[in-house]
Structures are given as C-alpha cells and as structure tokens.
Design a protein around this ligand. Sequence first.
Ligand SMILES: Cc1cc2nc3c(=O)[nH]c(=O)nc-3n(C[C@H](O)[C@H](O)[C@H](O)COP(=O)(O)OP(=O)(O)OC[C@H]3O[C@@H](n4cnc5c(N)ncnc54)[C@H](O)[C@@H]3O)c2cc1C
Length: 493
Amino acid sequence: MTKQPLAPGRVLIIGSGIGGLAAGIILSKLHCRVTVVEKNPLPGGLMRGYERSGIECPTGVHYMGALDEGQPLRRLWDYLGVTPLIPLERMGMEGIIDRYVFDDFVFDLPSGMDAFEASLRRSFPEEQVQIKSIMADLRDIARTLSSLDMVLSPTTTALSYVNFESMGQRLLRIGCSQKLCTVLAVPATLIGVPLQECPAFYYYMTLASYLMSSWRLAGSSARMAEAFLSRFKSLDGDVITGDGVESIRVESGQVQGVVLKSGRILEASTLIAAIHPKMAAAMLPAGAIRPSYAQRVAQIVNTKGLFGVHVAVNADTHPALPYNIYRLYPEADGSLPRGVFHQLRPSGQTGVNLLSLITTSGVEEWRPWAGTRSGRRGSDYGAAKEKKARHVISEASRIFGPLTDGKILDSYTPLTIRDWVASPDGSPYGILRSAGQLMQAASLNRTSIRGLYLAGQNRLCPGIMGTILGSFQAVMQIIGHEQFARGVAGEFL
Ligand SMILES: Cc1cc2nc3c(=O)[nH]c(=O)nc-3n(C[C@H](O)[C@H](O)[C@H](O)COP(=O)(O)OP(=O)(O)OC[C@H]3O[C@@H](n4cnc5c(N)ncnc54)[C@H](O)[C@@H]3O)c2cc1C
C-alpha cells in the first residue's frame, strides 16, 4: 500500500520573513518542494537588521519571550531546527526585563509570574482583589499557551478565551485604578494594540510569554535571518530573491502559480502569501475573490506606524543595560497614545554602545513624502527625520544623561517599513488585532480560492511567537487537522 503524502507536493511562498520561512521549513520537513519568493535582495524581512557605519541596527527583533527549554516558542524553534543556530542572551537575570518610566513613578517588570505578582501587589497595595483576578487569568492563559494546543489543535478549548471583551474593559469592570491600568497598558503596545481595544486573550498571551523568560539576540540579527534561511535550504528549500511576485494566477477558482516582476512564471497549485492580505488581494485577477472578501480586506484597520532611531553612544558614559526602558506619557483616561521604547546594548564595536529608540508615528505624519520611494525622498524628508530624531534623543537624555556625543546612525519612518516589506501604510505589526475586528481579521484566512493560504504576522498575531504560530496554523489548514496532528504537532505537543 502506498503511503498517503502528508502535504501537497509543490508549494510557493510569497515573502521570506519569519512567517514565510517558518512555513517553508515545516512543509519541507513534510517532504514538500518549497520555493520562497522574496522581492528584496536579502531574505529575512523584518527579522533582518541593517548595517550603518559598521554597526548592525536591529529592525523587527528587539526581544522575545518563552525561549527557555520546554517553553512554547523554544519548542517550536526546536521543531523547526533553528535553536542552536541563534545566539541569545537572557534578560531579567539582574532583576528586571523592562522599566516603565512615567512622569511621577517607575514600575519595573521582573522576570517570572510570581515576581510580577509580588511587584504589582507592592506597587498597588489597595488593589489586592483586582490583582488576584488579573493573575488568575494570566496564569490560566500561560498554561494554555504552554500547552500550545490552543491554536494548533482542532479540539482546542481556546475559543472560550477569544472573547470580544477588551483588556481595557475587563480592567475597568473589575475596578482597577487608572494608574494600574496605565502600567498594564504597556504589554499591549508590544503587538501594537491600545489596551482599550486589545482582546484579553492576546494581551495575556503576549505578557505571559515575556514573563516566562525574555531574550534578546546576542550579536547580529542577521544571524537569526540566516538561521531560518540555512535551515530551510538544508531541507532542500529554494529561495528566489530580488524578484517580487507581481500577480497570482488563478483559473476556475484554483491557484495556478505566480508571475514575478521579471516576467518569470512559477507554477504551483498551493500558494502561501506570507505578506499582508491587502497586498495579496491586489495580486489576484479581477473578480477572483468574492466582493465581500475584497470589502473586508479594504476595510481592515492596521496597527499604527513607528519611528525609530539608532544612535551610537560612548560605552563608558552610557554602559549597556540588561533591560529595556519604556518612557510613557499617559492621557488623563489612562490610555497610552505616546511612549518611547529604549534599548541600550553593545554595538559590536569596542567602546561604542547602540541606543535604539522607537516611538509611534502614524503614516499621516509623513504624508508629504507618501508618493516617494525609499532613497529618493529628498533632503526635506531627511531634515524632517533628523528633527524628529533629535527630539526623541533629547527626551531620552532625561533618562540616560546628556547624549550630545551620540552619533545618529539611522532613522526610519512608516514609509521605510512600507517600502521595505510592503506593509500597507508602513504598519509594523500588520492588521490591528483589536476586539472590534477580531472576527473580521480571522475570516481573511479563508480566501475562497482553492490553494491560496495566508501566513505571516497577519494570520494570527504579530511578533515572533505570534507569526510562527500563524505559520503552523497555515500548514494545519493546508494538510488538515488529522495529518497535522500526526505529522507535525505530535513532535511538540
Ligand atoms: C520596528 C519593529 C520592531 C519590532 N520588534 C519586535 C520585537 O522586539 N519582538 C517581536 O517579537 N516582534 C517585533 N516586531 C514584530 C515582528 O518583527 C513581526 O511580527 C514579524 O517579523 C513579521 O514577520 P512576517 O514574516 O509576517 O513579515 P515580514 O518580516 O514583513 O516579511 C514579509 C516579507 O515579504 C516580502 N514581500 C512583500 N511583498 C512581496 C512580494 N510581492 N513578492 C515577494 N516578497 C514580498 C517582504 O519584502 C518581506 O521580506 C517588530 C516589528 C517592527 C516593525
């Protein structure tokens, strides 16, 4: 009797970010012939940093959670076979992962669930009842996350958690003070969703993963991109770079392949678009998708853009910090429309540390240059970036002391992210996972075109963990629950 194949023979994947490469590795392990197509010269998407003045500047990986042995992301990395290839350093060993700095108080986020609870109880002695309730939910979701079957098993009970109540509503309902809400608002920013709109499940999942253990890359982020790439290639995966997909070929409702910018045609009956669904939809022939789907894609709201600046600083006057600092500016209602993320770490050059600063900045702030492309935006764009960078640096000097000797290595805007990875409006985390559009976002994963699947951060949730979980989900959709349970999940569940 011939063995039934676990997965389709030939698969094309659009996009070589962590979502595309992770899906490519899983399918290659199932003996598919997989080709990943990347528009940029170098694969890796947001995983890959870039070099300025010999210093590597990170982009989409500043820190990650749940990578200790046995923890969820580590188990997925182990399955993918990338763990030994990615040098990491653990954060929080000296007490804290993040420091939240407000005008009038500081909150330190420690590593570990118990330490977090103790820290909350100390800082908010009047709110023991509320903290008990929050911790019960958090521990519950941490257990669900640890089991990993919440998103990867057909018999999951996770749907009971995916409710429409936002974390903001939940905290108000249990009577949390505005100050406690403000502290608890910070983890929601890690997936780009305001607390008031962040579904409780996503909120707890994000916070739990970082509390389990937090890590940053030891050395160059190119190592991470190269790790995923080399693992994929070692499984006979093919990567085409510098030639993006222009259009997706569909006949009688079935995917046939893609046409690249160069005019090259690649044939396949299974295609994973590990890019934003809006971009994938625009590649389809007119009338291929249902009008209702097209309308949902057009209406989807994305996460707000970011402005980032990398500064080389003197390592003697500004020693590296083993934790991140968030400077936060809450509104009267406790919401956090503005904040700045700071990471100060070794640059790889003697005597020089790298200070990375990131703050929210909508694409509308850069509207005058919206019609331009990266590298051709003109000197007034450069001046506007420099002005904003100087402002962010001067605010940072209130935390770090004078940064006048700092050298700006680079700054980026939502337009940079838009052009680099083709994310609409430069949205850093793709689709806004808000309680209000949870179902609408999830429904995009069923395209009604046979052979077309979505992966990447827009599939389930952004961030390294959310994107990889999304890749596993995409493969589960392709090969079916039963095959997935037998051929994939059995290895780590
Ligand atoms: C500034 C910033 C900081 C972040 N920090 C963190 C962090 O500290 N921790 C964390 O967990 N997450 C972080 N994230 C989020 C995380 O980086 C992303 O969720 C994740 O990398 C997304 O991976 P992806 O594969 O979905 O998308 P991407 O990495 O964007 O990959 C998509 C790829 O598709 C390619 N592509 C697009 N169109 C085409 C086409 N037509 N043809 C061929 N290829 C195409 C793009 O060039 C790109 O390489 C951050 C994101 C940003 C922007």
